[in-house]
Design a protein around this ligand. Structure first.
Ligand code: PMT
Length: 402
């Protein structure tokens, strides 16, 4: 069981902190709550004290009470195995992102070596604000973790992305991250599209943004795995701590995947790899002429099929981007490419597939298992795929030991 600091900042979602504190305490964790002054406008210290069974800390300069530690924020910062900011307001993010520490919670966050998780909650426009996004990015880059907000009705009467994740969800997410359940696993993830050159200025590609693959890489790294992210061109931020291998064409992706395949425990192929490339790549820009132009295309290597044919101990996960006969096509790929399972997504569905923040996936296993997931944020879908990878890995290793 862990020593957890729940830091509550000022936002309407502060009331959910009470439920989270209750959940974590019931799970047997030692929970201590710190509140900012603004949090006191939304929830009382008495509530959190009653639910955690511990004194609630509010004041950096409190000289009236007998302090438990000589310097309270430093003592708390050392005591914590992790710090959870629930809710994390735009104001608090901005403060930490710029190294400001003017109250007990911000000084404690600054003084800790423990992992810090921000459960984001704010108005959707605030969340979308480039300054807030920049602060989140800054914090990610130096190793802070985020529990993304969800779409839904907001306290301000609008609806959008900004609603804090449910306490139950935060608790289970924290458990996975805290226990680093994928430590010792080396996971290769492919993401994004490939670009197949026609001439120096033109190429063939597809609509993959990389969001799905990057979400898998990010979650696997957060869960302690060593992650190699082999990616075609993408605007997504490379998650901290992953080995990043940028590629352009299917052939480059093939070479990179081959390089890491031997040492991988699992390969997850979320990339949308071009099946064909121009047979001839012109070294000068093709000039337009009066008539039509015919390009001759030749087959690219099917990387996943190659991996399936050369599989030793690796767990191999493919994706199937389908527009029709989703199950039938996915099962065909599962078999032909010798996969352990395949994540099928219907890319014509709303809120699913290319470029979206969410995806609707069904996982078909070589053992005939089917996990039909609802529409989930890509991070959550990634976690469900990783859960399946982990379970299979553990089963394989237990069988080998027996
Ligand atoms: O990137 P996003 O915008 O977030 O979108 C996510 C996604 C829709 C791209 C993703 O969820 C997805 O479905 N990725 C696989 C896309 C794809 O190429 O599907 P496919 O059915 O054509 O290929 C099947 C599998 O074989 C895939 O794992 C693919 O990586 C692999 N493949 C395909 C062709 C090829 N030449 N080599 C391969 O390895």
């Amino acid at each position: 069981m862990a020593n957890i600091i729940v830091g509550v900042t000022g936002g309407i979602a502060a009331y959910k902190a009470a439920e989270l504190v209750s959940l974590l305490t019931k799970q047997g964790h030692a929970v201590r709550c710190l509140m900012t002054q603004a949090a006191g406008q939304f929830i009382t210290p008495l509530t959190l004290q009653t639910l955690s069974g511990n004194k609630v800390y509010t004041d950096l300069f409190n000289l009236h009470e007998e302090p438990e530690w000589q310097v309270e924020h430093v003592g708390l910062a050392h005591w914590a195995d992790c710090i959870l900011i629930v809710p994390a307001s735009a104001d608090f993010l901005g403060k930490v992102a710029h190294g400001l520490a003017d109250d007990l919670l911000s000084t404690c966050v600054m003084a800790t070596k423990a992992p810090v998780y921000f459960a984001l909650a704010m108005n959707d426009q605030m969340y979308a604000n480039p300054l807030v996004q920049r602060n989140i990015q800054l914090l990610r880059e130096v190793g802070y973790h985020f529990i993304e907000p969800e779409e839904g009705a907001l306290a301000c009467g609008t609806s959008g992305k900004g609603r804090m994740a449910a306490p139950q969800k935060i608790a289970s997410m924290l458990e996975r991250l805290r226990t680093q359940d994928m430590e010792h696993l080396r996971v290769v993830v492919t993401a994004g599209p490939t670009r197949e050159a026609i001439d120096p200025v033109r190429y063939l590609t597809n609509h993959s943004s990389g969001k799905m693959g990057y979400a898998i890489a990010r979650q696997a790294a957060n869960r302690g795995a060593e992650v190699i992210l082999i990616s075609g061109p993408s605007q997504e931020q490379v998650p901290p701590g992953v080995i990043y291998v940028p590629v352009q064409s299917a052939q480059e992706m093939f070479l990179a995947v081959q390089q890491y395949y031997g040492q991988a425990d699992a390969v997850i192929k979320a990339a949308a790899v071009a099946d064909y490339r121009p047979k001839q790549v012109f070294d000068r820009k093709l000039k337009k002429t009066e008539g039509d132009l015919t390009l001759e295309l030749e087959r690219n290597v099917d990387i996943l099929a190659w991996l399936g044919a050369h599989k030793t101990e690796q767990i191999l996960v493919g994706f199937a981007a389908e527009t029709d006969n989703v199950e039938q096509n996915a099962l065909g790929k599962l078999q032909r490419k010798h996969l352990d399972f395949i994540a099928a997504n219907d890319v014509t569905e709303a809120n699913s597939g290319f470029g979206k923040d969410t995806n609707k996936i069904a996982l078909y296993g070589a053992d005939h298992s089917v996990i039909d997931l609802p529409v989930l944020r890509k991070e959550d879908a990634a976690d469900r795929i990783l859960d399946a990878v982990l379970q299979l890995y553990q089963t394989k290793h237990t069988n080998r030991k027996n």
